[in-house]
Design a protein around this ligand. Structure first.
Ligand code: SF4
Length: 356
């Protein structure tokens, strides 16, 4: 009886949705190939890598097609182009989109850049003008944080390959209490390698920036060594991303102690959905943990899944509605901590502490 009622409800809703169509565009990113890395800061959280079965891509898009007028499809949500036939893959991603053209982001597989120079030529043809590469310090530290021996050398090789193909490299460095001294070394290394001059030779730009990242997924486990404001090396402040918008945990706890609103992430102009390699669906608000799961594309009726997506009706958000930011701060914040956060990241950290 329960199932009958539930199914009828789902059916009715899906009919409504079909009649009305969902006005917001949909972006679907499926984890079709996984990732060669296991970064200690990975905000998505670590998941096993596996290749999804052939035809999974069009099957996923077809599920959503009756409900959305505009669908942008990506076959990756971790390492881009981490499949041998990346050229054909890119064409297929474009072909699967509905009334949309997928953008190329300033992201690429450094794993592949270090192995196949032909890949950089493909990026150039695809219109990629800049690629971000992520460091955590010197060789030993970067290898440790990427979770793979050789990662640091690959990042340097990828930098050279990009420059040779007229693509600007952008170095991103994640800083914490453990590696803060080594991040300053990266800055001097970039000068030693003359990256600015080499990029300017083809009218490109080399950029270097530092930040601490969010505090969810694997990065939540690094809370204990999150950088404190007074420990950010002075020479890195000009390179620190949005330094003026940083707060210490102490400041945020004080600011929000009486805040009565809940922490409710929300899809504004478009809906972004992640599809795990086992067909679980998630919003792109934070890590892909069970409490944030929307449902499963194989086992839940699509009408019901679309209802949950449109109404943002999932366990984490239901629980989030019942607690204010002030209460979260009082329960989980440390009013004596000088760890730095951007306000949005700290809100999500507090909420995830509550949901854990
Ligand atoms: S941060 Fe990116 S590259 Fe690193 S493990 Fe996560 S998805 Fe892979």
């Amino acid at each position: 009886m329960y199932h009958e009622d539930r199914n009828r409800h789902s059916f009715d809703f899906s009919a409504d949705v079909r009649a009305l169509r969902v006005m917001k565009p949909l972006v679907v990113a499926a984890d079709m190939y996984g990732c060669p890395n296991r970064c200690l800061h990975c905000w998505l959280g670590h998941m096993p890598s596996r290749v999804m079965e052939s035809g999974a891509d069009s099957w996923i898009v077809d599920k959503f097609r009756p409900y959305f007028d505009k669908i942008t499809f990506f076959s990756w949500l971790r390492e881009p182009d981490f499949c041998p036939d990346y050229r054909a893959r890119w064409e297929r991603d474009k072909a699967l989109c509905v009334n949309a053209v997928p953008p190329r982001f300033e992201l690429a597989s450094f794993w592949r850049l270090a192995r196949e120079s032909e890949y950089a030529a493909f990026l150039k043809q695809a219109g990629v003008g800049c690629v971000q590469l992520t460091f955590f310090g010197g060789e030993q530290t970067t290898d440790k944080y990427v979770g793979r021996k050789g990662a640091f050398k690959e990042l340097l090789k990828a930098t050279d390959v990009l420059l040779e193909h007229g693509i600007s490299p952008r170095w991103q460095a994640f800083i914490n209490e453990e590696n803060k001294g080594e991040i300053a070394y990266l800055l001097s290394l970039s000068e030693e390698l003359e990256l600015k001059r080499r990029a300017e030779a083809f009218k490109g730009v080399f950029r270097f920036f530092v930040h601490a990242g969010s505090c969810d997924g694997e990065n939540q486990k690094l809370y204990g060594i999150r950088i404190c404001r007074q420990h950010i090396p002075r020479e890195l402040i000009p390179y620190y991303l949005d330094y003026d918008k940083l707060f210490t945990e102490r400041e945020l706890c004080k600011m929000w102690a009486r805040e009565q609103t809940p922490v409710l992430p929300h899809n504004e102009n478009e809906i972004v959905i992640y599809v795990s390699n086992t067909y679980d669906l998630f919003f792109n608000f934070t890590h892909m943990r069970p409490e944030w799961r929307i449902g499963n594309l194989k086992t839940d009726p699509i009408g019901e899944l679309v209802r949950r997506i449109v109404q943002e009706d999932i366990p984490a958000l239901r629980k989030a509605r019942d607690i204010t930011l002030g209460e979260l701060t009082r329960r989980y914040g440390d009013p004596c901590s000088d760890r730095v956060f951007e306000p949005e990241d700290y809100r999500m950290y507090l909420l995830n502490r509550h949901l854990a």
